[in-house]
Design a protein around this ligand. Sequence first.
Ligand code: CYC
Length: 165
Amino acid sequence: MRDAISSLIGAYDATGKYFDRDAIDTLKSYFATGSARLAASSAITANAASIVRKSGTQLFEEVPDLIRPGGNAYTTRRFAACLRDMDYYLRYASYALVAGDNNVLDERVLQGLRETYNSLGVPIGPTVQGIQIMKQAVMDLVGDSADWLAAPFDYMCRELSEKNI
Ligand SMILES: CCC1=C(C)/C(=C/C2=NC(=C\c3[nH]c(/C=C4\NC(=O)[C@H](C)[C@H]4CC)c(C)c3CCC(=O)O)/C(CCC(=O)O)=C2C)NC1=O
């Protein structure tokens, strides 16, 4: 698993280079957002249950077919599985925010996920919509809409959507 610093060291070490101007700028911006990243992550931790519950409710309002007979989140078991998945996305986003790197999402969340979803008929579009709703909820909570805050959510949406459309 990589974070902003280990990724950079890996890349520079691979070619035997000292950190150059670009590397220092990358590190500076990581450190400059450091305490804001920690604050965002701990705000998510403190509000995770309510973010997931409210975002789920909003998703099912926007796409009511999901919880109607024939919908993928219909039945108590699948409804619960859907909210559990949303909780996974939120928790791993809170890790990625601190790491300043999306590698944890690749390794722990996204690997093989599209295949699993496709084989179970879990629809990708509404899943992406659910992640976007949580992104907005987190931005509202933190009172910030910076790129670094959106990044893990957008990354999961992009990777889930890719090659599937
Ligand atoms: C930490 C990394 C990780 C992820 C991401 C993960 C996802 C994940 N979601 C699953 C199922 C599922 N995922 C959903 C989710 C949804 N259905 C909808 O209609 C909505 C759009 C959406 C919620 C937003 C549902 C309903 C199931 C159960 C499908 C079934 O068993 O038929 C499954 C199949 C096994 C199981 O049911 O537990 C996996 C592996 N598991 C993991 O370990």
